[in-house]
Design a protein around this ligand. Structure first.
Ligand SMILES: [Zn+2]
Length: 618
């Protein structure tokens, strides 16, 4: 796809959990498998203090859900909103300032904690606390050049553990964990460029040694637009590899929706009336609909004039225009919908389809959707789906969408309007003094570390990058005292990957195994050629010593090696007469075949050279 021609613009917000206690209390920032008890809350859409009801807040409130919060033993009254927040975690602020300075951003003079309305229940207070830390940063590295308009310090939301029809269950362990939020400008013009920038920022965070690692500790929200399309905010991309896919598929979705729009306009499409179709389905074979009828629910059919054949059109792999409409039925609590492009089907008969079409007076190019469930919800769903269908004729609505594991996205809520922040009155402003800034020590930037690793250890750039961002750098530097850096690097990176690919339990290869391994190598007990074999056995639980024994690697003494070398020389007298010292290389091969794994190659080479010189001079 020609992204430049499409006018693709991408920016993102990257959220990274900091490795310190919670932002507004001293609870540890850990997650828990167990909870102690639960509390129930119902959140109401509050008139924001700026006077306007938040568009996003309303969409959530429509769902009329209750929220259950699981209390873990690492939470206190602050997470439960039974006690005001304590003062802001100073260490978290220092980390945020450190990262800000590393990104060439200018810290603000005073930190003002603000409240940002969230009404999906993920915060017990109904808002998330956030504070602007620095502005106007810029990154120019490795061919990338992008702006960082804002850097904020925020509290993480509660963790959703389950969602039922009218209830969402959250666990409070994650609520309040400090996050740094780095927002880039809309400066990326291709999916690949955005992915590289996110990778760089992730690497830079790690350089501080003060951020959390592992799944869920870093999350991206991606803003995407194309020239004729609409801005979308895609929430919760957890894996870097997914970034380019999410962007590609969003572009694909917008292009498909634009084609559909044009077709709808050509046909003079419009959203029609809805009718109660419950009686048509009294004797239906459809399991879904029968279940609704058993619960005294309603089935409503909504006419979509001119939509025939387009509801079934794919907008992303496996997702159709019908799926887009179904998302809106789901957003008000319905299970989904059935549309005429997929009917007859799902137990709905041809006769039933005909009856619905007749009741709605539909023509050949017209379509309909069926919405089934309890009456109140169906009414809301008809409204929501009709609204979305209308927008399909107009173009593409701006939305907040959720990233799905395959890189597709689904509707979450409208893009929030402006004015959803107001001051947190419980926390006084914190001045960012010159003294505080003086205390902040910058960490090595990723590109600096890579350069250092290349220079100090003679690594190539790829390897240096891999090591720079791995959590094994410290171990690498330690092991380099025992062995050649490139060998240590290839063992930590390539050998481990290939063992993992073979399905072996590499978690057993810990620091002790690796230290023992390279010590044995250093002491000449083993040769480097047997490293993979020893590690293979270590994955099965053997110690390095046991593995050496198991492999029958009784190390050879120098004397034994010398005997083997002399023997080899004698057997190849003609070769040596012919080539002199140049016979060294073939002889080395011969000897190594005998002694491989039992003595280091460099020792063999030394002895061979000595003996060869002696033989020639005699
Ligand atoms: Zn707490």
């Amino acid at each position: 796809m020609d992204y430049e021609k499409l006018g693709l613009r991408v920016g993102f917000e990257i959220h990274q959990e900091l490795d310190t206690h919670k932002l507004f209390c001293s609870c540890p920032s850990t997650t828990k498998k167990e909870f102690k008890f639960e509390i129930k809350r119902r959140l109401r859409p509050t008139q924001s203090e700026l006077g306007e009801i938040d568009r996003a807040a309303l969409a959530e409130a429509l769902k009329g859900k209750t929220f259950r919060y699981q209390i873990t033993d690492n939470t206190c009254l602050v997470e439960m909103d039974c006690e005001p927040p304590h003062s802001l975690n100073e260490e978290a602020l220092e980390i945020a300032l450190q990262i800000s300075l590393m990104l060439n951003a200018k810290p603000v003079d005073e930190i003002h904690v603000m409240r940002k309305i969230v009404i999906d229940g993920s915060n017990t207070t109904g808002f998330q606390r956030t504070a602007l830390v620095a502005m106007n940063g810029r990154v120019q590295v490795e061919g990338l050049d992008f702006r960082i308009p804002t850097i904020c310090l925020e509290e993480d939301a509660a963790r959703k553990v389950d969602e039922k029809e009218n209830e969402v269950i959250y666990r409070l362990d994650r609520l309040g964990i400090p996050l740094i939020e780095v927002a880039t400008g809309p400066d990326f013009k291709s999916p690949e460029e955005a992915a590289r920038a996110a990778f760089y920022l992730g690497a830079l965070f790690r350089m501080t040694g003060r951020v959390k690692r592992g799944i869920g500790s870093i999350r991206q929200d991606i803003n995407i637009s194309i020239r004729d399309g609409a801005r979308q905010e895609i929430k919760g991309v957890q894996q870097l590899e997914l970034i380019p896919i999410v962007i590609e598929r969003e572009v694909q979705r917008q292009l498909s929706l634009l084609q559909i729009r044009d077709e709808l306009r050509r046909r003079g499409a419009k959203v029609g009336a809805s009718v109660d179709a419950t009686n048509i389905f009294r004797g239906t074979a459809s399991k879904v609909l029968r279940k609704v009828l058993q619960r005294k629910g309603k089935i409503v059919a909504l006419a979509l004039h001119g939509f025939g054949g387009l509801l079934g059109r794919e907008v992303q792999p496996g997702r159709r225009l019908g799926t887009e409409l179904a998302d809106h039925a789901k957003s008000v609590g319905l299970g989904g919908l059935l549309h005429s492009d997929e009917l007859p089907g799902y137990g709905v008969s041809k006769e039933e389809v005909e009856k619905v079409r007749r009741k709605l007076s539909l023509g050949a190019e017209d379509a309909f959707v069926l919405l089934a469930g309890d009456e109140g919800k169906v009414r809301k769903a008809v409204e929501a789906v009709a609204e979305r269908a209308k927008k399909t004729i107009e173009g593409i609505p701006e939305e907040t969408r959720r990233a799905l594991p395959d890189g597709n996205t689904e509707y979450m809520r409208p893009l929030p309007g402006a004015g959803r922040m107001y001051p947190e009155t419980d926390i006084p402003p914190i001045p960012v003094t010159p003294d505080l800034l003086k205390k902040i020590e910058l960490a090595e930037r990723p590109e600096e570390r890579v350069r250092r690793l290349q220079q100090e250890y003679g690594l190539n750039k790829d390897t240096a990058w891999q090591l720079a961002i791995s959590d094994q750098l410290h171990l690498f530097e330690k092991l380099c005292k025992l062995a050649e850096p490139r060998l240590v690097a290839s063992t930590l990176l390539e050998t481990m990957v290939s063992l993992r690919r073979d399905g072996l339990d590499v978690s057993r290869i810990d620091e002790k195994v690796l230290t023992d391994l390279f010590s044995s190598l250093h002491e000449g007990k083993i040769a480097k050629e047997v490293i993979p074999e020893i590690l293979r056995l270590a994955c099965r639980g053997l110690t390095v010593e046991q593995a050496i024994k198991e492999l029958g690697l009784k190390p050879l003494t120098e004397e034994e090696v010398r005997k083997i070398v002399i023997q080899a020389i004698k057997e190849r007298e003609n070769l040596i007469k012919e080539r002199g010292m140049n016979a060294m290389k073939p002889l080395m091969g011969v000897v190594m075949r005998i002694v491989r794994g039992k003595v280091d190659g460099s020792i063999v080479a030394r002895i061979l050279r000595e003996e060869l010189q002696k033989f020639i001079s005699e």
